[in-house]
Design a protein around this ligand. Structure first.
Ligand code: 6GU
Length: 248
């Protein structure tokens, strides 16, 4: 999968995405991250890409033309296909795991990062297909949100995590939080690893993990349970757990 990021800070994107798991995925050819500097498409000697807002008000607005030319250049570079264009904006739909999974099926994806007070509405109307926010708070620019999306989407691209099922038994899979994990040593600061994990009894281990997932989701994110696929056994366990908490 190929990510194309339209930004005023391309080094920020390429530096960060070149590290860790995304960096390895780039080297292995599972993904590519191409950060394109909108400033390279400025149409004036001073390389300016912002100007005062019509109607007045605080701050500056990114101009339509350089953003549009940057977009056209990216499309030309990929055989004139017209991939989805995600505009990073706090006014967008809140990003979640389901969106990450859906977007990971795209071959190319353009991420548009705004700065200053915004981008001229006319270019947004012409190129943006999806408006996405990463949560209800305001950031200074779209670069961090774009990197958050690239990270979450990349790990759903085949080959990126290597172990192909390590992304299937994880938090938000099935709308449940993940069970707790332990590694050596057996005793840390006086606390033992739960006996069941040392038992080698896989059916019991699976049962224990399922129950811990249910408990955690009930305790920390009960809103998720409405969309979780729960068996009769799960529901019975949750009822028992809820009752045991009431009695404490
Ligand atoms: Cl996508 N962009 C900006 N600038 N701020 C945000 C955001 C995006 N999501 C949350 N806050």
């Amino acid at each position: 999968m190929n990510f194309h990021v339209m930004t005023l800070f391309p080094e920020m994107i390429e530096r960060a995405m070149g590290e860790s798991i995304t960096g390895r995925a780039i080297k292995a050819g599972h993904i590519s991250v191409n950060a394109v500097n909108i400033r390279d498409f400025a149409n004036n000697k001073h390389n300016r890409v912002d100007d005062y807002p019509y109607g007045g008000g605080a701050g500056m607005v990114m101009q339509a033309e350089p953003v549009y030319q940057c977009y056209e250049s990216i499309c030309r570079s990929i055989g004139n296909s017209r991939p989805r264009v995600v505009f990073m904006t706090p006014q967008g739909r809140t990003f979640n795991q389901q969106m990450a999974e859906e977007l990971s099926r795209e071959e190319d994806l353009i991420l548009l990062c705004g700065h200053y007070e915004g981008i001229d509405e006319r270019v947004l109307n012409r190129i943006v297909t999806d408006n996405v926010s990463i949560g209800d708070y305001v950031l200074t620019g779209g670069e961090l949100p774009a990197m958050v999306m690239i990270d979450a989407i990349s790990r759903k691209v085949s080959g990126v995590l290597g172990n192909d099922d390590s992304s299937e038994i994880e938090t938000f899979y099935d709308n449940l939080l993940e069970y707790p994990q332990y590694t050596r040593p057996e005793v840390f600061d006086g606390e033992r690893v739960p006996d069941v994990l040392m038992s080698g009894h896989h059916a019991n281990i699976d049962k224990w993990r399922r129950e811990k997932s249910l408990e955690r989701t009930y305790d920390f994110r009960p809103d998720l349970l409405e969309n979780a696929n729960l068996t009769d056994k799960d529901l019975a366990y949750l009822e028992k757990y809820a009752r045991s908490k009431e009695n404490n």
